[in-house]
Design a binder for this molecule. Structure first.
Ligand SMILES: [Zn+2]
Length: 386
């Protein structure tokens, strides 16, 4: 069986484990981390004649390549994360890229190795046949699914080069629709503090779990108020308390308790504004002495529809004979933190988010081939019409 170039590339990428350890310590070294795939891409991109390097540390490396052409119309940062979510509970061999019934299966096939495969195939072709008309910075970033190491490493790398990036295309499964807006997320940990004593004389102490209960009630009231801040496309920001704990024994008044909350951000909000919100909520509820720490954050995205990033992608979709649709989505992507860092952009790639992270993850091969046509049109692209 012979496959298109992008499907061949995708089969290789899926067969190379690049599982994000997601803060866990029980992940086998044979599958954890992105460096195996970063090094594979490094060799592949160098083999195509591109200037490529790995950035980052240890088993969490990312790969960057730079391709320039004379008379380029602009400089595109194409970012496609190379980590995948873990493989627990998968009902297929996660690293065997079986192609059957018009589908290619395996962990990362949809989210988001397919986008990288389609783009590399398109870049190789347009560079080789002389139709490339954009400068390209290709980034395969580590750690999109958890902490954002790859974005941090790449922003540091871009700061020390002469690169002048005009816009960003973050590849994620969007069914080849141009996503110009999505929510962000902040995960925060709150801790209450009290004074321990014997539970037979509780008035001698201060119960940190009782304080935590007041915090949770105040946050729940605040969550209801967030509905008033609804964004026209993305809906309201949300707050959910997902984990909580405290205390050491039933006969000890607890001196410490904690919770973790998930706060989805709409454009205009950021981790600092959320912290101030929560401080205000706690002050109004009369709960003091609560420590607040930020565990993880990803900025929201809101790129105007008339931005060159949107118009360039719409133009390319039209050229490739694909529906030129824009939309917004519920999930966060690395386009958010790039936009926050001054690199505006969109999210666009093959496959459906419904197949991402699933026990039988797959992508339709026709989507991968359509994405390749789209990226060829984009790379050989005309300037968007005014
Ligand atoms: Zn993804």
């Amino acid at each position: 069986m012979s496959y298109s170039k992008s499907i061949e590339l995708l089969r290789d990428y899926v067969a190379i484990p690049s599982v994000n350890p997601m803060g866990r310590s029980d992940m086998p070294a044979a599958i954890a981390g992105e460096t195996r795939l970063a090094e594979h891409l490094l060799e592949q991109l160098r083999g195509m004649g591109f200037d490529a390097r790995c950035i980052g540390e240890g088993d969490r490396q990312s790969v960057v390549a730079e391709v320039t052409v004379s008379g380029a119309i602009d400089t595109l940062l194409f970012a496609s994360h190379i980590d995948t979510v873990p493989i627990d509970g998968m009902e297929i061999d996660p690293f065997d890229p079986v192609v059957t019934g018009g589908r290619l299966q395996g962990r990362g096939s949809c989210d988001t190795k397919a986008g990288m495969a389609a783009f590399v195939a398109a870049l190789e072709k347009t560079a080789a046949n002389g139709s490339l008309r954009r400068n390209v910075v290709l980034l395969g970033e580590a750690d999109e699914e958890f902490g954002g190491l790859g974005v941090d490493d790449s922003l540091a790398a871009f700061a020390s080069t002469a690169l002048d990036i005009d816009w960003v295309l973050a590849s994620e499964p969007t069914n080849l629709q141009v996503v110009h807006a999505h929510k962000g997320v902040a995960v925060m940990r709150l801790e209450t503090h009290g004074r321990a004593c014997h539970a037979s004389a509780p008035d001698d102490g201060e119960n940190a779990l009782v304080a935590l209960a007041r915090v949770i009630t105040a946050l729940d009231d605040h969550a209801a108020d967030l509905a008033l801040r609804s964004h026209p496309q993305l809906g309201p920001p949300t707050l959910s308390v997902g984990r909580a704990g405290g205390g050491t024994a039933s006969n000890i008044v607890p001196d410490a308790a904690w919770l973790e909350l998930d706060r989805r951000l709409v454009p205009g909000e950021n981790a600092e504004s959320i912290r101030r919100d929560i401080e205000g909520v706690l002050a109004a509820a009369g709960v003091d002495g609560v420590s607040i720490s930020l565990c993880a954050a990803k900025a929201p995205l809101e790129t105007p529809l008339d931005h060159a990033a949107v118009r360039s992608c719409i133009k390319a979709l039209e050229s490739a004979g694909l529906p030129p649709e824009t939309t917004s989505v519920a999930f966060g992507t690395d386009a958010g933190p790039f936009a926050e860092a001054g690199l505006p952009g969109v999210v666009l790639g093959p496959g459906s988010i419904e197949q991402a992270h699933t026990s039988r993850e797959f992508i339709e091969t026709a989507q991968v081939d359509a994405a390749t046509r789209l990226f060829e049109a984009l790379l050989s692209g005309e300037t968007p019409s005014e």
